[in-house]
Design a protein around this ligand. Structure first.
Ligand code: XMP
Length: 316
């Protein structure tokens, strides 16, 4: 039986022993994995840890502000870097999902290396969890996707890795987050490459703005439905934007708009998953809100009912 208190005490000792007086840097995305690691490392070594939130321009609605508030609340020494231009530049013309991941991952690391040098960091703390390693093929199985906190690390990186939650599954990380009093303990996972992998085809600021709004609608409506006890909140729920256009009609005129796919899944460990059974009226509300707000661009909303396998949870 996993015991969060025992785990935390062990990790604090381990981190202190590994880092001694050295300085460490962490990429804090605001997700439960990286925040748990940031708080653990910060409690172990105080301001010898710098948490860096890179605003890639690929984050969800209001995310940078929420992360700022949360890190303040947890007394973590942090810095926010606005690097959206750098990431969009790297994604220009890229449509291949793996190339997107590599592009985002490499720029991420580049930003960190720069910060790490300036800060004088010797260690890189990472929120890698067990399924990341399994699915990235380093655990003896074939490559599913190169999750960027594993696959994108340059070989010549001169920072020593500290990965406090590498042996844990998501539910265990949440238990640790609850124990530490972290407000995002129940937050759904969000992929490292951000909205770039929810924007099929080319990633542009305009396309990201569409999928960001669509994701916000899905999150908002499902959270409302769950509060109203119409359904359990799924494990993960979001929207993806497809590159193909289909025929639509608006004000008696034919138009060719984009399609938004709604994805909501139930799973234990993200290795297998089943689609959530969303009440029909909630789906209709999501559809009418998305086409209502993005009607000049999105003319179709569909619900993905595929299990994992064969589909993955994300569309890329
Ligand atoms: P898939 O889509 O492979 O995703 O079924 C399984 C879980 O991992 C998340 N995911 C990622 N997380 N970097 C991450 O840190 C990534 O590149 C990445 N890709 C997918 C996904 O959201 C799901 O929870």
């Amino acid at each position: 039986m996993f015991d969060a208190e025992v785990f935390v005490n062990e990790q604090l000792k381990k981190i202190k022993a590994q880092m001694k007086d050295g300085k460490a840097i962490i990429a804090c995305s605001g997700g439960v994995d990286s925040v748990v690691c940031a708080v653990l490392a910060s409690r172990a070594v105080g301001d010898n840890l710098l948490a860096v939130f890179v605003d890639t321009g690929l984050m969800r609605k209001n995310e940078p502000d929420e992360v700022r508030e949360m890190l303040k609340e947890m007394n973590v020494n942090f810095k926010i870097i606005d690097a959206a231009d750098l990431f969009f530049e790297g994604l220009k013309g890229v449509t291949d999902p793996e190339k997107k991941r590599k592009s985002v991952g490499e720029r991420f690391i580049r930003c960190f290396e720069k910060e790490a040098k300036e800060y004088g960091a010797k260690y890189l703390v990472q929120g890698t969890i067990a399924p990341d390693v399994i699915e990235s093929g380093t655990g003896g199985k074939g490559l599913v996707k190169s999750h960027h906190n594993v696959g994108g690390l340059p070989k010549d990186m001169d920072l020593e890795l500290v990965e406090p939650v590498i042996e844990l599954y998501k539910e265990e990380v949440r238990q640790v987050a609850r124990y530490l009093g972290i407000r995002v303990s129940e937050r759904q996972p969000f992929p490292g490459p951000g909205l770039s992998v929810r924007c099929l085809g080319e990633v542009t600021p305009e396309n990201i703005a569409i999928v960001r709004e669509a994701c916000h609608v899905v999150e908002d409506e499902l959270q409302k439905a769950s509060k109203a006890e119409k359904m359990e909140l799924p494990w993960q729920y979001f929207a993806a934007l497809l590159p193909t256009r289909s025929t639509g009609v608006m004000n008696d005129e034919r138009m060719y708009g984009r399609t938004v796919v709604v994805r909501a899944v139930l799973t234990k460990d993200a290795i297998t998953a089943t689609p959530a059974q969303i009440p029909y009226d909630v789906l209709e509300k999501i559809s009418s809100r998305i086409t209502g707000t993005l009607g000049d661009k999105v003319t179709r909303v569909v619900y993905d009912v595929t299990t994992k396998p064969p589909a993955t949870i994300e569309w890329e």
